[in-house]
Design a protein around this ligand. Structure first.
Ligand SMILES: NC(=O)c1ccc[n+]([C@@H]2O[C@H](COP(=O)([O-])OP(=O)(O)OC[C@H]3O[C@@H](n4cnc5c(N)ncnc54)[C@H](O)[C@@H]3O)[C@@H](O)[C@H]2O)c1
Length: 251
């Protein structure tokens, strides 16, 4: 029996680099995946390639739209067992004194407020069921600072403490909430930052003790594990998956 047989899963930002791998790994473990993304075309394209998957267009910064799409998933599938809060944007580079209101608000909007809206909407469904799991995609930048990432780091740090608060509130109700903090993952988001000259990929590879970037599928596997009963006592944790980048002082 697979880890997630019969489960209904929601993945926000599900059409993106890490999100699509999360969808694939959850489906491989038997879940039916609702791919939530503001990029409707990419979500539809991905869903067509994954058994049982279904695309839903939603902007996670729109509270009412999030409530509506959660209700649609329940209408379509009867329940929601797993939520992966993964949607994110990279508006990085400007230092604090240069940072615009717009970039601050967009970053906090998608990666902090969006996590709240989706967790609240899906959490209500899970509380009615008396069961569920949530995995919030934070980042090593939620606890390991990086110049030019004020809003990104602020949102990712918030997600770690939000995970702990939700785990404390919902644990007695049968719901587990964990976070994942990836290091550098080879997705479009990272490639765009390299193309803009913000980082040199080889510099990172030289500093990462595992001597490579993470594969998106490795984040997906971890999300599938955290969503399963294989780890029924892991609750309120933030699991770093970074090849030990942040375990060394220069990381
Ligand atoms: N790539 C990395 O190195 C890395 C490292 C640590 C953490 N992360 C985090 O992992 C997550 C996924 O990153 P990625 O590299 O796959 O990025 P990506 O840009 O490839 O994908 C992000 C996805 O989120 C969607 N999205 C953006 N804003 C949205 C909104 N308002 N509503 C709904 N969907 C929205 C996009 O359409 C896209 O499909 C993000 O939260 C990111 O911060 C990435």
């Amino acid at each position: 029996m697979a880890w997630l047989d019969g489960r209904i899963a929601v993945v926000t930002g599900g059409a993106g680099g890490i999100g699509s791998s999360i969808c694939e790994e959850l489906a491989r473990e038997g879940a039916t995946v609702a791919v939530w993304d503001m990029d409707a075309a990419k979500a539809a394209e991905l869903s067509a390639q994954i058994p049982r998957a279904q695309a839903y267009e939603v902007d996670v910064t729109d509270s009412a739209a999030v409530d509506r799409v959660a209700a649609r998933v329940v209408a379509d599938h009867g329940r929601i067992d797993t939520l992966i809060n993964n949607a994110g944007i990279s508006r990085v580079g400007d230092h604090t004194h240069e940072l615009s209101d717009e970039i601050w608000e967009q970053s906090i909007g998608v990666m902090q407020t969006g996590v709240f809206y989706c967790s609240r909407a899906v959490g209500r469904v899970m509380i009615d069921q008396g069961s569920g799991t949530v995995v919030n995609i934070s980042s090593i930048r939620g606890y390991s600072a990086n110049p030019g990432r004020l809003a990104y780091c602020a949102a990712k740090a918030a997600v770690i403490i939000m995970t702990e608060v939700m785990a404390g509130e919902w644990g007695p109700l049968g719901i587990r909430v964990n976070a994942v903090a990836p290091g550098v993952v080879a997705t479009g988001m990272w490639k765009e930052e390299v193309a803009r000259g913000l980082y040199r990929e080889q510099d990172y590879i030289d500093r990462i003790p595992s001597r490579r970037l993470a594969e998106p599928s490795e984040i997906g596997r971890l999300c599938a594990f955290l969503s399963s009963e294989e780890c029924a006592y892991i609750n309120g944790a933030c699991i770093t998956i970074d090849g030990a980048l942040t375990r060394i002082p220069s990381g």
